[in-house]
Design a protein around this ligand. Structure first.
Ligand code: F6P
Length: 388
């Protein structure tokens, strides 16, 4: 959230800077990753954390008074009233706004915790150990947590749903309307929407299933890996199906550090009774299905399966997870399926419902999407070097 705010304000020409207590702690404090460092009973830990917060407050003060800064973002937990009072006392004459972020989606939270275990400070621990330690750290924070209530300028944001749950702010807060808009607007630095490579089912024009990549499909995955090797892709989101995972693996392999996150929300449309059949077989043996689907493809629901309309909700939920986990300022890659990618793309392109099931979704090109308050880009890019 802090990065999204800072980046967007900067794009608006408003000089802003993030002062993150955690980063300072990791830089200055050795042995500060253990959960007990965060215990409210650990006097030395409490002192050190107060010290880091004071350094950042002083840096922020200097930024605002001597360095021409307009917005200083104090990015920290700041969970107690006492800490927030300290901030207010440091800036008695500077308008300020407290932003509290919450997220009530357990799965997104879980995935976000998993990401935390990849932090450098946990590099000498096993994943389980790091997770335990982080959960314990959160418990310590919870034990001293006091919600925003007496602070005069405050806003409570659901960072998963991107909406404002509560707010109370006076018009003294500069850029308030802009900040509100940024908090609730999704920013996409670069979204690469890729369809999996060719599968055995594709060669037979079969629907659904969990087919593997053919040699051509593997070759496409390698070409994608080569194409993206010079761009930073920290996370690749896939479905649970082999074809998307097999496409993502070589891409992740060519990156320095890249996690593959499989989301069931991105599984391909479930064709129910028609799963595993070819389009020809459906036409020949169940012509009523082929006809009904042809007449109203968007609203049509396969018997015992899904339709574009009914899968939309889950695909959008998957997208929310992606945005929540992506930290706003990183590149995102989704390796999905034909129908799923159409639904994702329709979220960004204003398309009529009936057009969605026909959006072009090739396997030898991908969609590149960029969205910020100043720019919207949608382009279909070939990932093979055609100049050779
Ligand atoms: O053929 C590949 C596939 O991903 C199927 O698994 C899926 O049912 C289909 O494409 C979706 O495309 P359409 O809605 O055009 O049939």
């Amino acid at each position: 959230m802090a990065r999204k705010l800072s980046r967007t304000l900067e794009l608006d020409g408003i000089k802003s800077k993030i002062f993150n207590n955690g980063e300072l702690r990791r830089k200055l404090g050795e042995e500060t990753a253990s959960a007990d460092f965060f215990s409210p009973q650990n006097r030395e830990g409490v002192q050190q954390r107060e010290h880091f917060s004071s350094i950042n407050l002083e840096n922020a003060r200097r930024f605002l008074t001597d360095e021409g800064g307009c917005v200083a973002i104090l990015d920290a937990s700041n969970v107690s009233r006492k800490r927030r009072q300290k901030i207010r006392d440091t800036f008695p004459d500077t308008p300020h706004l407290f932003i509290e972020c919450m997220n009530a989606d357990d799965e997104a939270l879980e995935a976000s915790l998993e990401r935390k275990t990849e932090l450098k400070e946990f590099s000498n621990r096993s994943k389980e150990d790091a997770l335990d330690s982080f959960v314990k750290r959160i418990k310590y924070y919870e034990s001293i947590y006091e919600p925003l209530d007496i602070e005069p300028n405050r806003i409570l944001v659901d960072s998963f749903e991107s909406c404002i749950l509560q707010e109370q702010a006076s018009y003294e807060v500069p850029y308030y309307d802009r900040i509100r808009d940024i908090l609730t607007t999704r920013v996409v630095r670069n979204l690469f929407l890729v369809r999996h490579g060719q599968t055995f089912f594709n060669t037979e024009d079969r629907i659904g299933g969990n087919s593997e990549l053919t040699d051509k499909g593997k070759d496409q995955a390698e070409a994608l890996a080569e194409h993206f090797a010079t761009q930073r892709i920290p996370m690749i989101f896939t479905s649970n199906y082999k074809r998307t995972l097999q496409t993502a693996e070589p891409i992740a392999h060519r990156q320095d550090r890249c996690s593959i996150i499989a989301l069931p929300e991105f599984n391909e449309i479930h064709a129910g009774l028609c799963e595993g059949m070819s389009y020809k077989e459906v036409s020949e043996t169940m012509p009523h299905i082929a006809r009904a689907r042809g007449l109203n493809k968007y609203n049509y629901i396969y018997p015992d399966g899904e339709g574009y309309k009914t899968m939309e909700e889950r695909v959008y939920r998957g997208l929310k997870k992606v945005f929540y986990l992506n930290n706003y300022d990183e590149n995102i890659m989704i390796v999905g399926h034909r129908a799923v990618n159409r639904v994702i793309l329709s979220r960004f392109l204003t398309r009529q419902e009936e057009e969605v099931p026909y959006i072009y979704m090739p396997q030898d090109r991908y969609y590149h999407i960029q969205i910020n308050p100043h720019r919207r880009v949608f382009e279909l890019v070939s990932y093979r070097d055609t100049s050779a």
